[in-house]
Each structure stands twice: as structure tokens, then as C-alpha cells.
Design a protein around this ligand. Structure first.
Ligand code: S5P
Length: 457
């Protein structure tokens, strides 16, 4: 089977589609390639395996990897034909932080050729290469069946990986045009779409009105600093706030740790918020069903809805939590925990993606995400998947990397800000200092400097 015949077969099986499709990144695409079904058509499967074998047989490698799920059965057949060992990264195990698990036999220093079905940006390829490299496997070459944009090759080249593709989008369009299987207007639409950068093309879309309010205050106060004021006595609380309040854009509270909480606390806090011009984020981490969080938010001792500008929420219980909090309420919304900073936390890529899906559906409820990562690149990758213009708040930040003895992991201010953080959340880094005011100023200046520099680029 030659490449044109393969394309025609793909079209026939429904693997090439034209219409309006929301990609993982949130971008709306006028075309969609779905090669998952290829395995059910022996002739097409044989065809693509034959083409791949031809493409890679003279390359230098010891192992073949397939990226699950789509490329794995295809890579298996290629490996078998070339008599090479196959490996892959188990997808379910690939939770953020813990890393994926490589299945199959290999030796440190082995060179691995990685096969995938498609490439749009290089992000997921780089992620899997990093995982192999952590295990001592060398990765240099990627082979994809369809290259649907120029971005992928650029992204990989920046990291010194080579991309080989069987067929390009242009070749697909030419072949379909030759056989009258696509209209000229569709071709123009697709070319117009692909000539725009894929990355960030939806990032300017305002999806949550409150993000602008926070951004404006960040600029007004020239501060990306959120103080996590985790102390248990009113006196300590207000003493620190006195010294630090003018340095911060937002104050993060855990209202339920204040031992001597009384009815005077909230009015006093609100006075500070007004005078020192900061938002209040109550880090309640709502996580229950809608009906329960509705009570937790509006009732009880703290009546959080009355005074907190923002609250944090987990979406483990689904979108009902957000409805329970914000239905019929104007001007309030949440920061959702899409990743966590603590070691061994159970959030994985799939969960994070589901959080973004909910945000795409209910943008009015989500001003931003809380997230963390291995380093700046990892955080950037996380942020690049936000569905709209949501803000990124990064906790677990100190001047030096490290951890506490209860699993908290710290990145530096630079890691977080280079990762694209809009704000850093700092607790003990400031609270435990002998001079919280000058320490807060240090964090603030550091973050603001990097933020300004990165916004110019
Ligand atoms: O993943 C997270 C999310 C949050 S909101 N990791 C976190 O540490 N936090 C909160 O940030 C945590 O509840 C605490 O209030 C603050 C970090 O405090 P620090 O003293 O470790 O800086």
C-alpha cells in the first residue's frame, strides 16, 4: 500500500474527519484525525505497519516504544517485524509527580525509537521522552504517522529530538483534493487555521470576568504575592497582616484554624482588606456534593460567602460542587486545585484534564487553577492546557527548593514564575522569618521582576 492509498483508506474508515472539533488544548479545529479505529481494519493496519517499517528500518535504535493507546498496537507490529524489543509507559501510572512506569525489558543506555500516531505540539512527546530518560533510556527519534502542524517539529527540535513523519497534513489535503474528496473552501479553511499558531490561540478569550479584576490588582499593586496566613491566634494574624498586607495582592486564609475566632474577626479582616487593598481567598477546599457545600459556604460559624472574594475547591465530586457554591450568586468564584504540591498526592493527568473540561463548561465559576510541578517546564506544560484565560496560583514556594517533614514540596519563586504563575502562594517562607515584612518584600520583588520580564517576551 502506498501513502496515497493509505490516506484514501483512512478517509473511508472515518479516521479523517472535517467539521468542528475541540482539541485537548481547547482549540477548535476544522479537522480531526482519529487513528484509534485502524486496528479494526487489518488491511489498513498492515498498510501503515508496512509504511512505518520502510521508514525506520535503516535508523539506529535498540528498542521501539509505542505511546498508548493508539500507537501501541501499531508499534507492537512494527517491533515484531523488525525483531526489536518493545517497551511502553503504562498510562494509568502516569500521575503527576510519581512518574510513569516503563513496561518491558530494557537496559540502561539503550536507544529507543518512539512511535506515536499524531503530532500537533511536541508537549506530550517531550513528556514521554523525559520519562524514558529518567529510566536511563536514550531517546533521539520520534516517528509519527500524521504530522498535523509545523509546531511539533519546532518544539522537538528545541529539545534536540528529531521528528520523522509518514504523512503531512498538506499531503493528505492534496491527495483528497486529487480524488475530489474535499472542497476548495475546506482546504482554505484548514490552511488558514494551521497558519495561525496552535499554541495559546484561545488564551485571550475572556472566560471568567473575575480574572481581569485580579490581574488589574496584580498590576496596580505590582505584586504577585499571596500570603498564606496560617497562624492560629487572632493577635498573631493581625500583627503579621499589619506588616505584610500592603505587599500582597491576595490574602489566603484557613479560617477554621483560628482558635480564638469570634464575631469581631471578620469585620476586622475586612477593614484590613479594604485599607491594604487585597483580595481574600478562603482556602476551604470545598469538595462535597453541591447541597452540602452550599451550607458549608453560606452557613455555619464562618459564613464564608459573606466575606471571602474567592474560595478554593476540589472537583472530585464533579461540577455539582461549583453549582452548590455559586448558582444564583454574582461576583464570586473559585480557584480549583488541578494539581497539588504534596508528595504522593493522588491527582493524575486524567483528573487534571477533567478539571479543565469542567472549567470549559462552566467558566463563570472558575477564576483560576492552583497547581504545582516538577520544574518550570512542567508547570508551563500544565498551564498551556488551561481552557481559557484562567489564572495560575502556585503554592509550595520558598526561596530554596526543598520539603517539610509532612510531604510538602517546595519550588523556588523562579521555578513558579517561569512556569507562568500569575501568583505565588507563600506561607512559612514568610511566616517563619524573623522579619516577615522584609521577607514578604523579597518574595514580592523577586516574583514581580520575573513576571514583568516574562510578560515582555
Ligand atoms: O497543593 C497545594 C494547595 C494549597 S492551597 N499545596 C498547598 O500547600 N496549598 C496551601 O498553601 C496549603 O494549605 C498552605 O496553606 C499553603 C502552603 O503553605 P507553606 O507554609 O507550605 O508555604
Amino acid at each position: 500500500m502506498n501513502k496515497s492509498e493509505f490516506i484514501l483508506k483512512l478517509k473511508k474508515t472515518g479516521a479523517i474527519k472535517f467539521g468542528e472539533f475541540t482539541l485537548k488544548s481547547g482549540v477548535i479545529s476544522p479537522f480531526y484525525f482519529d487513528l484509534r479505529g485502524v486496528i479494526s481494519y487489518p488491511e489498513v493496519l498492515d498498510g501503515v505497519v508496512e509504511l512505518l517499517v520502510e521508514k525506520v528500518k535503516n535508523m539506529e535504535f535498540d528498542l521501539i516504544a509505542g505511546i498508548p493507546y493508539t500507537a501501541l498496537p501499531i508499534a507492537t507490529l512494527v517491533a515484531s517485524k523488525l525483531n526489536k524489543p518493545l517497551i511502553y509507559i503504562r498510562k494509568e501510572e502516569k500521575s503527576y509527580g510519581s512518574g510513569g512506569k516503563v513496561i518491558g525489558k530494557f537496559q540502561k543506555g539503550n536507544k529507543c525509537l518512539v512511535i506515536d500516531d499524531l503530532i500537533t505540539t511536541g508537549a506530550s512527546k517531550i513528556e514521554s521522552a523525559e520519562e524514558f530518560e529518567r529510566q536511563g533510556i536514550k531517546v533521539k527519534d520520534f516517528v509519527v504517522i500524521i504530522d498535523r502542524s509545523i509546531q511539533g517539529k519546532i518544539d522537538l527540535a528545541k529539545r534536540n529530538y528529531r521528528l520523522h513523519s509518514l504523512i503531512s497534513l498538506n499531503f493528505i489535503l492534496e491527495t483528497l483534493e486529487k480524488h475530489n474528496l474535499i472542497s476548495n473552501s475546506k482546504i482554505l479553511e484548514i490552511q488558514n487555521f494551521t497558519s495561525k499558531p496552535t499554541k495559546n490561540s484561545n488564551k485571550n478569550k475572556v472566560t471568567n470576568q473575575l480574572t481581569k479584576k485580579v490581574k488589574d490588582k496584580i498590576h496596580q499593586k505590582q505584586s504577585n504575592l499571596i500570603l498564606s496566613l496560617d497562624v492560629t491566634k487572632q493577635q498573631d494574624f493581625f500583627e503579621i497582616l499589619d506588616k505584610v498586607g500592603d505587599q500582597i495582592v491576595m490574602l489566603k486564609t484557613h479560617i477554621d484554624i483560628i482558635t480564638d475566632f469570634d464575631e469581631k474577626f471578620i469585620p476586622k479582616l475586612l477593614k484590613y482588606a479594604k485599607k491594604q487593598n487585597f483580595f481574600i481567598l478562603e482556602d476551604r477546599k470545598f469538595a462535597d456534593i453541591g447541597n452540602t457545600v452550599n451550607y458549608q459556604y453560606k452557613e455555619g460559624v464562618y459564613k464564608i460567602a459573606d466575606w471571602a472574594d474567592f474560595v478554593t475547591a476540589h472537583l472530585i465530586a464533579g461540577a455539582g460542587t461549583l453549582h452548590g457554591l455559586f448558582d444564583n450568586l454574582e461576583g464570586k468564584s473559585a480557584f480549583v486545585l488541578a494539581r497539588m504540591s504534596s508528595q504522593g498526592n493522588l491527582i493524575n493527568e486524567n483528573y487534571t484534564r477533567k478539571c479543565f473540561e469542567i472549567a470549559r463548561q462552566f467558566p463563570q465559576f472558575i477564576t483560576g487553577f492552583i497547581g504545582h510541578g516538577k520544574n518550570a517546564i512542567d508547570i508551563q506544560r500544565f498551564k498551556s492546557k488551561f481552557p481559557g484565560n484562567e489564572l495560575l496560583l502556585v503554592p509550595g514556594v520558598k526561596l530554596k527548593r526543598g520539603h517539610d517533614n509532612l510531604g510538602q514540596q517546595y519550588l523556588t519563586v523562579k521555578d513558579a514564575m517561569d512556569g507562568g504563575a500569575d501568583c505565588i502562594i507563600v506561607g512559612r517562607g514568610i511566616l517563619k522569618s524573623s522579619n516577615p515584612r522584609s521577607e514578604a518584600k523579597l518574595y514580592r520583588d523577586l516574583a514581580w521582576k520575573i513576571y514583568q520580564k516574562n510578560s515582555k517576551e
